[in-house]
Design a binder for this molecule. Structure first.
Ligand code: SAM
Ligand code: SF4
Length: 436
């Protein structure tokens, strides 16, 4: 029996899929190369913007053909769209046999049994169940041998007015320190060198269990064999001095932070209910630069939030110029049903959003080529994660992709490289020495 999973959306969804693969493996399923040969096909969906929603329907149309050839094949949908739409999704797409929310991934074995018996197996809970932590008992199945995601919290207690996450993922639940550490230890024993702590709002970890995210960083750093620690996504409001200090004191915490600012205008930030101003955001950036030498930043930006004027948008461009992010993920505002911004007055026309987006991307491209030049000739530490098209591929401590010629045996090694040529999205390097 074989399974196939298609995943949309954020790293949290990818990590959920890795866990789902672990559950399916424990039931004796093997991973199929394509959906055509699978007995269970799963779509792990995202609903953060409208576009990913639409993709789901076209994929389901394709999967329907598999069922024509193999009527016993099970087609399932999970993730945020399943959570947001519930039974309505099955009415729209009756081909779905199985549907579950991110709250009840651990119930997958029973749900599969139900679907195999010919019933529609649907488990969409309104609230996370008591036994949600059972999920951690299943190991993940990862494609990357050396770098691993570790989900440390679920849900989000912020209420940004544009965002569906608090609805689809529920209130914030920090995973216990003990559970996180035992997963990190198991990963290291399995050959992992870099752990990437994940949460919709990871810097708020611990607030609901009387702990602080800085404590988690110190604890994970104590696990022998962890060479690199990264985390995503940081929230500017929770990014405090304790975290900055921990980052400075722990050499294995990488000098890179993903810190979404969303908008540069204080008026728009207030309408988004983000809980900080442009000036406060810049102060946090400065604080992090002081504590962590050489730190780089990436961010998320929303363009065309309701009522955004030309002057508001210029504040966004100004923030890009001031911080000089190494990576910017920019999105046109997409009104999501059920969020306050959906029905706000002053929706910005799509052509204006498109023009602003183009200007933002142009500016960022210019900044990136300038930053790239600064890398040329420097020595960087790279963990070699994969071998693609005859080249070794890895990331610098500052989260830049780097490629170099070299034997495949170097996979999994941490090396020093010299940057020969730098373009905005990749550093072409030569090997200097092997560190470990
Ligand atoms: N928790 C993170 C934070 O506070 O920044 C973000 C998580 S969200 C899954 C990822 C990104 O999607 C957000 O940072 C935001 O830029 C974007 N996003 C969320 N809702 C959106 C919407 N309605 N329209 C456009 N972009 C949106
Ligand atoms: Fe969504 Fe805001 Fe929570 Fe991020 S912090 S997940 S943008 S509600």
């Amino acid at each position: 029996m074989k399974f196939y999973i298609k995943t949309f959306g954020c790293q949290m969804n990818f990590n959920d899929s890795e866990r789902i693969k672990g559950i399916l493996k424990s039931l004796g399923y093997e991973q199929a190369q394509s959906y055509e040969e699978a007995d269970i096909i799963l779509l792990n969906t995202c609903t953060i913007r409208e576009k990913p929603d639409q993709k789901v329907y076209s994929h389901l149309g394709e999967y329907k053909k598999v069922k024509e050839k193999n009527p016993k094949a099970i087609i399932g949908v999970c993730g945020c769209l399943a959570q947001r739409m519930g039974a309505e999704l099955v009415n729209k797409a009756p081909v779905i046999d199985l549907m579950f929310s991110s709250f009840n991934i651990h119930q997958l074995p029973q749900l599969i049994q139900q679907a195999q018996a010919g019933y529609k197996a649907i488990a969409i809970l309104e609230e996370p169940p008591e036994d949600e932590d059972k999920l951690w008992e299943y190991p993940t199945v990862r494609d990357n041998q050396y770098c691993a995601y570790v989900t440390v919290m679920k849900g989000c207690d912020k209420n940004c007015t544009y965002c569906v996450v608090p609805k689809t993922r529920g209130r914030q639940r920090s995973r216990s320190l003990q559970s996180i550490l035992s997963e990190v230890k198991a990963l290291v024993e399995d050959g992992v060198k870099e752990v990437h702590l994940l949460g919709q709002n990871v810097t708020a970890w611990g607030q609901d269990i009387g702990m602080h995210f800085a404590d988690l960083l110190y604890e994970v750093a104590q696990v022998e064999g962890v060479q690199r620690i990264r985390f995503t996504t940081g929230h500017p409001k929770d990014m405090d001095e304790r975290i900055a200090k921990a980052m400075g004191e722990i050499p294995t915490v990488c000098p890179h932070v993903h810190l979404p600012f969303q908008a540069g205008s204080n008026r728009i930030l207030a309408l988004m209910d983000r809980g900080y101003t442009k000036e406060e955001y810049l102060e946090k950036i400065q604080m992090l630069r002081e504590y962590k030498k050489g730190i780089t930043f990436s961010t998320d930006v929303i363009v065309g939030f309701p009522t955004e004027t030309e002057e508001d948008f210029e504040h966004t461009l100004d923030l890009l110029e001031k911080v000089r992010f190494e990576q910017v993920f920019s999105f046109k505002f997409s009104p999501r049903p059920g969020t306050p911004a959906y029905s706000m007055e002053g929706q910005v026309p799509d052509d204006v959003k498109t023009q602003r987006m183009a200007r933002l991307l142009n500016l960022q491209k210019k900044i990136l080529s300038e930053i790239a030049k600064e890398y040329e000739g420097t020595i960087q530490e790279v963990l070699l994660e994969s071998y693609e098209n005859g080249k070794l591929v890895g990331r610098t401590l500052t989260n830049r992709w780097a490629t170099l010629q070299g034997p495949e045996e170097l996979l999994g090694k941490t090396v020093l490289v010299r940057v020969e040529r730098a373009n905005p999205y990749n550093l072409e390097c030569s090997l200097v020495s092997v560190l470990s």
